[in-house]
Design a protein around this ligand. Structure first.
Ligand SMILES: Cc1cc2nc3c(=O)[nH]c(=O)nc-3n(C[C@H](O)[C@H](O)[C@H](O)COP(=O)(O)OP(=O)(O)OC[C@H]3O[C@@H](n4cnc5c(N)ncnc54)[C@H](O)[C@@H]3O)c2cc1C
Length: 384
């Protein structure tokens, strides 16, 4: 592994840093899980897109910079260091975007990708159903063929920020005789189509952004299908790989939290040192964040040599979600029970992050399922 950055990479870093210094909002935005905060984040996405920083790895003609993955890691480091706002359209940019690039037609790419980069369209992911979460192949939402349209019926659930989204990408059973992984199609659905009801689900922190989506005779043109009819599972699995693998959680985000945790420990040293195991936890969290960073550069190096990230993406997902828990649990141990009673902004930030960290082992495929994948496909153990 070559640990030196090239002159071009250093120049890219300097350019990104200067742009962020000039453009990152001086006051933090409201939570993107509120309507007002969502609109602020959407406006920030448009600013990023105008600077061609919303999707740096995308080709230039689609609004990106054609950056490679090392440059993406560099950009993420600068983005976190600048305390820039959380990204609101990750489902689009990180999940659907790369999927469209791999499986979409030229017309679909031109129609959807530039709008996605600017956050003109906000995308929700519609995979989970009440009886199809970990066992996603149990999907029952149907897409009935009717001339040049599919007619959708059924229900999706746990759809992140679907309350504010105007499009949804999802899997629907298009072959009524099929079962499990077969006969599913990957469809792009406008959420303002007649027959759609979006109903909010209250999250742990009390916000209403998460939603369940109901489909009642919803008509979607065939042109909104990605890939072939019945090929939805393969297309969706490519998207899941992007999500669990490198892209969803860049290491810089955790390094930033680890640095904040060390600063918190130093500020509350007297209280924290009463329990030496807190210092151990701070150290472990900091080292794990560094290890995750080095591991990510290693993975990027492998990808640059033409290797693919396979089932070991599951180990990555377990690592970052457990690291996020450790970071926030340790912060709350330092702050102590008084943290819940103050309106101190720092404590509130850690509590908010702590609540969100609880979801890490669940979304993008639960950690139990990731452990099954590692057991079977990486270690070659027999199926449980
Ligand atoms: C914050 C958040 C955001 C989300 N966003 C989206 C979204 O935008 N779009 C979307 O489609 N979905 C989304 N989800 C849903 C998420 O993908 C599912 O919650 C997840 O796949 C688990 O499915 P489930 O909730 O139905 O739980 P279940 O599948 O019912 O699992 C319940 C428990 O049983 C365990 N379990 C199940 N099967 C096995 C097995 N074979 N071996 C061992 N243990 C097992 C699970 O690990 C879990 O602990 C989101 C979830 C969260 C928490």
């Amino acid at each position: 592994m070559d640990l030196q950055f090239t002159a071009a990479q250093r120049a890219f870093r300097a350019e990104a840093r200067a742009w962020l210094r000039e453009h990152v909002p001086a006051t933090p935005l409201a939570s993107y899980d509120t309507r007002a905060g969502f609109e602020q984040h959407r406006a920030w996405e448009a600013t990023l897109a105008a600077g061609r920083y919303s999707a740096v790895t995308w080709p230039t003609e689609l609004g990106g910079r054609g950056a490679d993955l090392i440059e993406w890691l560099i950009f993420e480091e600068e983005y976190s260091a600048a305390d820039a706002p959380l990204r609101v359209n990750q489902n689009g940019i990180l999940l659907l975007g790369p999927t469209l690039m791999e499986f979409g037609s030229a017309e679909q790419k031109a129609r959807f990708l530039p709008r996605m980069a600017r956050c003109d369209d906000m995308w929700a992911q519609g995979w989970s159903e009440p009886n199809a979460g970990s066992d996603m192949a149990a999907i029952t939402s149907r897409a009935r063929l009717d001339g040049e349209h599919y007619v959708l019926n059924g229900q999706k659930t746990w759809s992140t920020r679907a309350l504010f989204a105007n499009w949804l990408f999802g899997l629907f059973r298009s072959d009524p005789a099929s079962s499990r992984h077969h006969g599913l199609s990957y469809l792009l659905v406008p959420l303002d189509a007649p027959g759609i009801t979006v109903r909010p689900i209250k999250a742990l922190n009390g916000t209403l952004a998460f939603a369940e989506v109901f489909f009642d005779e919803v008509r979607v043109p065939l042109a909104n299908r990605i890939g072939e009819a019945g090929q939805g599972w393969q297309v969706a699995m490519a998207t899941a790989g992007f999500e669990r693998g490198l892209l969803l959680r860049s290491p810089a985000r955790f390094q930033r939290s680890a640095a904040r945790l060390v600063a918190l420990y130093r500020r509350h040293r007297e209280q924290a040192e009463r329990d030496p195991s807190i210092r151990d936890a701070v150290l472990k969290a900091w080292m794990d964040a560094e290890a995750y960073n080095l591991g990510s550069y290693h993975t990027v190096g492998r990808l640059a040599r033409g290797e693919r990230v396979g089932a070991e993406a599951s180990a990555n997902k377990i690592f970052w979600s457990e690291l996020d828990l450790l970071l926030h649990e340790t912060a709350l141990r330092i702050l102590g029970s008084r943290a819940e009673l103050t309106d101190d902004a720092e404590a509130q930030d850690w509590i908010e992050g702590f609540l969100f960290a609880q979801a890490g082992p669940i979304y993008a495929g639960t950690n139990e399922i990731q452990r099954n994948i590692i057991a079977e496909r990486v270690l070659g153990l027999p199926k449980g």
